[in-house]
Design a protein. Structure first.
Length: 475
């Protein structure tokens, strides 16, 4: 539920010119004085730990995230359907499973069956199964070396959440005392009710519920929805509380862009909205591939110690949107979709795969995600290309953690990445036409290994790149 995609898109040119994303960020309400971390809410004890905390959660720099939209993922649209495909997910060489909201959804007169209209933060949506089924999924993921991240929706609840009647002061109200809905600035989302972050008891209950899933289901982190729209000190309080669970290493992703997510709040990741729009500009509108370079700085303002931007070529919001579509549609077919993913996955950042894109799926999954089921067997060649690329990334410190140096042209996104004594060199043709790429003097007449297929590669002074072709080398 990315309410501010349109604002990011409309300000793309300004972000590119200035190298800053401040113009894209929504206004953040003035935060009250900092509050102490919430570890235990009075009257709500911390649940007992289910299972053994997962010891193989990746370092933040090494994550590759796989987004699961439960409703579309399998014929049953449930936890069991995901559990049944964990081996195939693992074979892609991803290591973090991100589950879209698992909670009961609103069913009142204004409800639209949105997974992001949460009716109970502490329960499992029976549409997906039971808590036992979720635990089975988490256990099976851990057994395969996969961490599990839940989607968390802190900005609003459904309009039939018990808090509406039990604690109406936990919600924002208009001058007449009516509970209001959140707005993107251009659209009001009437199916949900906006929470009031001036309420300390509401904050405590929300953070306590979030924390409970670490113990109840033994999960390994959270993707936090609409995260630019809560006060900075709410997220400081939340992240402090979660980091105080010393038995767990948690990965925390803010679906937002503000630099405070890094500097003050302590998230591991922010969301690459602007990089996504840059991909659209290059692949759909013919912008220069050199335009990617600026975002390696502007999206990383405030990032330290391996904090990263999550970059993607599609997600649940964009896949089914009127101005979106599948990667096949957005980037000019299978070859263009793979070309764009190479840029997103390797240049800088942590890559995210949305379920179905690895199968070259051509049909979009529209909201509320109930009308389409993914066919994972539709395009084995595309699946193999994802496996090949992500395997190369997993096996190369330079590709995962290296410092990038840009060598791009208008048509070719080219860069090296260096980590210690290892170096990688990536060339990606962003055009649906053959391009002659002239190597910079520093890279001409050099010897490499093909990171995707193996074998020695000797470069001269030029490389001919077929339409949407990419080359990944290392030494």
């Amino acid at each position: 539920m990315s309410f501010f995609h349109s604002a990011i898109k409309n300000s793309f040119a300004l972000a590119l010119a200035a190298g800053l994303l401040n113009a894209c960020r929504p206004d953040v309400p003035e935060a009250p004085a900092p509050l102490p971390p919430v570890v235990v809410v009075p009257g709500i004890p911390t649940p007992p730990q289910y299972g053994t905390p997962f010891a193989a959660v990746p370092d933040r720099q090494d994550a590759v995230i796989y987004q699961v939209n439960m409703r579309a993922f399998s014929q049953g649209g449930n936890f069991a359907g995901v559990t049944a495909r964990l081996d195939a997910i693992k074979a892609l060489n991803v290591n973090v499973l991100y589950l879209m909201p698992i909670y009961p959804v609103g069913k009142d007169s204004k409800a639209v069956n949105s997974p992001y209209a949460v009716q109970d933060y502490r329960a499992v949506n029976p549409e997906f199964g039971t808590l036992a089924d979720l635990r089975t999924l988490v256990d099976a993921a851990h057994a395969r070396g996969l961490s599990v991240m839940l989607d968390w929706v802190p900005n609003h609840t459904s309009r039939d959440h018990p808090w509406i009647t039990e604690h109406p002061d936990w919600y924002q109200k208009d001058a007449a005392g009516n509970i209001i809905s959140p707005s993107s600035g251009t659209e009001v989302y009437n199916d949900v009710a906006a929470l009031n972050f001036d309420s300390t008891p509401m904050r405590q209950a929300l953070i306590s519920a979030m924390k409970s899933w670490v113990f109840t289901a033994n999960v390994d982190g959270f993707r936090c929805d609409f995260a630019d729209f809560q006060p900075v000190n709410f997220w400081e309080q939340t992240v402090d509380t979660l980091r105080n669970i010393k038995t767990h290493k948690l990965l925390l992703l803010a679906e937002g862009t503000r630099k405070e997510h890094y500097e003050e709040e302590g998230f591991d990741y922010t969301f690459g909205f602007a990089f996504y729009e840059a991909l659209q500009a290059v692949y759909r509108n013919g912008a220069a591939a050199t335009s990617f370079d600026a975002f390696n700085n502007s999206e990383y303002i405030g990032a330290t110690n391996g904090q990263h931007v999550v970059r993607y070529t599609t997600n649940h919001d964009k896949n089914g949107a009127k101005d979106g579509g599948t990667p096949f549609t957005l980037y000019g077919g299978d070859a263009g979709a793979m070309s764009a993913f190479v840029v997103a996955a390797l240049y800088k950042g942590v890559p995210m795969v949305y379920n179905g894109q690895e199968a070259g799926m051509k049909q979009a999954i529209p909201f509320p995600f109930t009308s389409v089921k993914i066919n994972f067997d539709g395009n084995p060649a595309v699946t193999q290309a994802y496996q090949q690329l992500l395997t190369a990334r997993a096996g190369s410190a330079a590709l995962r953690r290296g410092t990038p140096t840009a060598y791009s042209t208008a048509a070719v996104c080219a860069f090296t990445k260096t980590a210690g004594t290892e170096q990688a060199f990536v060339m990606v043709n962003t055009r649906n036409a053959t391009v002659q790429y002239t190597l910079p003097p520093a890279l001409a007449n050099s010897n490499w290994t093909n990171a995707l297929r193996g074998g020695a590669v000797t470069l001269g002074s030029q490389v001919s790149l077929a339409p949407y072709a990419y080359v990944v080398l290392k030494k």
